[in-house]
Design a protein around this ligand. Structure first.
Ligand code: HMG
Ligand code: MG
Length: 298
């Protein structure tokens, strides 16, 4: 790959913990975030300001964001679905919000309780207000390689939403394979289309590892010059509105993989493994990161 440095955007405290059956106490969430930062992660998606009626696990977002000490040079973005959530988040010393329209009608209805168009309209309100307030806005498109309700999604539909997100002021769009059905082949087809509306430096890849394709999908994406990758500590996560979706590509696996390619990440893998072990122990389940398992067995 021609990429020399990769920016790892950690989503474990949000995408990971939103999907756990057990509510993770605020103190544990904050400790996890601190451990990730001390391993060298510079972007940690730390909370959601979604409806607590929909995702109870993230209902302490305001507390997390008010209390968590900010390390210099570290970005602590939060997920925001609407102006109501934005208003609450804005009181919590935030610098970056992430908006997340769906790439498919079926998933939009389940995840946001509205159509794709209506979702885009609401996210536009959020993005424009955030830009006026001087915050950074990141966009996600979900179900870019397939939808649990609608099946395969045409790359042109994803490209159109991506374009709209940039028009709203997003500095970056993360392409989410929410249910992890993608393959290196479908990633190529998608990126051939997306790169007609965006530059590789403006994109991030967000793979869920449901079918074990995370790393090969990533390699396909890196070959297009994409330099930002979303991952989740210990491979935690999934989306409560995408049944069967398992965790994201594990951060430990990602770092090990990039190390093998000679790509610089500035991450301390030993500390990362420790962070993964910390949260797995708390959740009382084995890690979903193969690298974490291998290094813990030693
Ligand atoms: P709704 O029920 O249609 O909205 O939900 P509503 O406006 O009728 O609100 C219902 C109640 O929630 C009201 O309370 C609102 O005030 C309250 P009541 O009047 O009944 O007491 N409410 C809120 N409270 C706090 N903060 C808010 C908020 N909004 C409404 N922001 C809504 C619509 C969009 C709110 C809901 O569907 C929702 O919260 N959805 C988010 C679901 C979610 O978090 N999914 C997981 C994240 S997406 C993901 O994981 C994919 C990603 O990782 C990328 C990938 O993998 O591809 C990003
Ligand atoms: Mg996700």
């Amino acid at each position: 790959t021609s990429v020399a440095q990769v920016r790892i955007y950690e989503v474990g405290p949000r995408d990971g913990l939103q999907n756990e059956a057990k509510f993770v106490p605020t103190e544990i969430k904050m400790e996890l975030i601190k451990k990730l930062v001390s391993a060298g992660i510079k972007d940690v998606e730390s909370a959601s300001f979604v409806s607590p009626k929909w995702v109870k696990q993230m209902s302490d977002g305001a507390e997390v964001m008010k209390k968590i000490p900010r390390a210099p040079g570290v970005n602590y973005p939060v997920l925001v679905p609407n102006l109501k959530g934005y208003g609450i988040a804005k009181q919590c010393n935030i610098e970056e919000v992430a908006i997340f329209p769906a790439g498919s009608e079926g998933f939009s209805q389940k995840n946001l309780n509205c159509s794709v168009q209506e979702g885009l309209r609401r996210f536009k309100d959020v993005a424009e207000q955030a830009v006026r307030d001087g915050l950074r806005v990141r966009g996600y498109v979900s179900c870019v390689l397939g939808c649990p309700y609608d099946g395969p999604i045409h790359p042109k539909a994803i490209a159109k939403i991506t374009e709209e997100l940039f028009a709203m002021g997003c500095y970056e769009v993360s392409l989410g394979d929410t249910i992890g059905v993608g393959t290196a082949g479908s990633v190529r087809k998608l990126l051939n289309e997306i790169l007609t509306v965006a530059k590789p430096e403006q994109l991030a890849l967000h793979f869920h590892d449901t079918y074990g394709q995370g790393l090969s999908n990533l390699l396909a994406g890196l070959e297009y010059g994409i330099k930002t990758v979303d991952s989740s500590i210990s491979g935690l996560g999934g989306c409560p509105y995408a049944r069967g979706a398992s965790g994201n590509l594990a951060t430990e696996d990602l770092v090990y993989f990039l190390y093998g390619l000679g790509v610089n990440t500035d991450i301390d893998l030993v500390k990362l493994v420790e962070a993964g072990r910390y949260i797995s122990n708390f959740l009382g389940k084995p890690t979903d990161s193969r690298v974490n398992r291998a290094l813990s067995d030693k």
